[in-house]
Ligand binder design. Structure first.
Ligand SMILES: [Zn+2]
Length: 160
């Protein structure tokens, strides 16, 4: 899944929850966006991979794409960080990170959640990255997000 589809999907999922729990600030938005694109630091051609020198190449050479950055262990590391330093940034960073992996699980290639302990791939095979199936998801999420923001912005007028 491309970064723009990841971002649209993550924000479409988190926005209603954040709105209902009244639990989002700008630091949280930044953390969520960063956490959502961060796992693909193992791919030099990804959105984040193109913005950081050398490191993405090293990670890809060492672990491969969708290797260690796409595992339960990496998710637990960010969740641990959020519990040790609890604030909106770290909490949303961990949330975005987890959602990225959940979204990749719906791709044709899936991810190895339990690596390095198990090489079993979990794939729900809903879309192929960069193909029409992903474009459809991207537009559905864009429509979903627009409706959510429309609803949130219209709230004061609905309640009158
Ligand atoms: Zn990924």
């Amino acid at each position: 899944m491309q970064s723009k589809t990841h971002l649209l999907t993550t924000f479409a999922i988190v926005t209603p929850v954040a709105y209902m729990t009244n639990n989002m600030d700008m630091l949280g938005v930044f953390g969520l966006a960063l956490g959502t694109v961060l796992p693909d630091i193992d791919e030099p051609n990804s959105y984040i991979g193109r913005r950081i020198p050398i490191l993405p190449h090293i990670i890809k050479k060492t672990f491969g794409h969708r290797g260690m950055t796409h595992t339960l262990i990496a998710t637990i590391l960010f969740a641990t960080l959020a519990s040790m330093i609890p604030n909106s940034f770290t909490e949303m960073l961990a949330t975005g990170y987890f959602l990225h992996l959940a979204e990749d699980t719906f791709s044709m290639t899936g991810i190895k959640w339990l690596a390095p302990f198990s090489q079993k791939t979990l794939a729900f095979k809903l879309y192929s990255t960069g193909k029409m199936t992903e474009t459809i998801i991207m537009f559905l999420m864009l429509i979903c997000l627009c409706l959510e923001y429309w609803f949130i912005l219209a709230q004061p007028f609905i309640n009158v």
